[in-house]
Design a protein around this ligand. Sequence first.
Ligand code: MG
Length: 423
Amino acid sequence: MTATPTGPSARTSAGTAIRSAEVLVTSPGRNFVTLRVVTEDGVVGLGDATLNGRELAVASYLTDHVVPLLLGRDAHRIEDTWQLLYRSAYWRRGPVTMSAIAAVDMALWDIKARLAGMPLHQLLGGASRTGIMAYGHASGRDVPELLDSIRAQLAEGFRAIRVQTAVPGIDKVYGVSARPSTSGRYDYEPAQRAPLPAEEDWDSAAYLRHVPGVLEAVRNEFGPALPLLHDAHHRLTPIQAARLGKALEPYDLFWLEDCTPAENQETLRLVRAHTTTPLAIGEVFNTVWDYQTLLREQLIDYVRSSVTHAGGITALRRILDAAAQYQIKSGLHGPTDVSPVGMAAALHLDLAIHNFGIQEYMQHSGATESVFRTSFRWEGGYLHPGEHPGLGVEYDDDAASRFPYQAAYLPFTRLKDGTVHDW
Ligand SMILES: [Mg+2]
């Protein structure tokens, strides 16, 4: 007898069979895609499938192609389900596929942990630390505004800060808020609600001239101990990235992020050969294979993937275990387009793994928190996922229904002569 693609043994009539799987799209301040899986016994699991600017592609991938495969399967079979979704599509990898697989994986881990009556980190091996060190964001249109923004983040409790600054001669620079808040939550959202993406300008030479002086001013103001991070956001060539890493060495960065696009991992050899500034890469990566050269040749210091975009807890754990062989640590991506479900999954993983480095934390808006009720805590610069069974997140359908999807896109960049550049 020929087996069906899902395999008869994966199906069950027990209470843990998947009764329904539903894709929820809501937009409380920004768009989110959530997968809700329910077992025959009524146990609910949530997964984050949000892919900023391509939300509906993942929603369709799930609804049209994944949900039919899930119905009737045993929710306990996480590894088998992951392998089925990865291998049975024939077309492997890519952000849409891997975000969809991630949502299923998170939802099944949520169900398993709820059934066990334990917070998820217990099933991942238990806590390896008491809290998760998080970094906040600060930016300024000039140095005095940046220093005020850093003070506001320190007042919020952050003990590590990513600093971004405007550059003279460039209209709009990635990571710089139009009006940095001087108190409370740091509010920066690059995706703009519009039918088409916005266009921004860029000049790498002007940026390279400007940034070292800004970091020097920040160090002079806040002293040597404050961990500082900076994101070059894929804008530089390898030799430019090497030059920047070298120029920033006196200011002792915690990391320099995405100094150059790393689709071609070998280009990082050149950067690494020239600078001891720690490097963080990988927020746009989807699989362990995207990291193969970077890990084996020790070309980076921090893995930047999110649970949401790298195939879920199952797959990101594999990447982080591979990284651990080389003393490379985690620095998981945590912008507001990682939903509270994806953030909760990250926090359970952060708490459990040994090679934790730092966690990015952009606090979600009040509107987002009205839809996703979380149990995670923020105290004294440290996050904790809480002790609720599962991921510790509940989805409020009534609140979500007040925020219908609106098209929103990340901007793109052109050089002064009109050439499309890396945003
Ligand atoms: Mg980044």
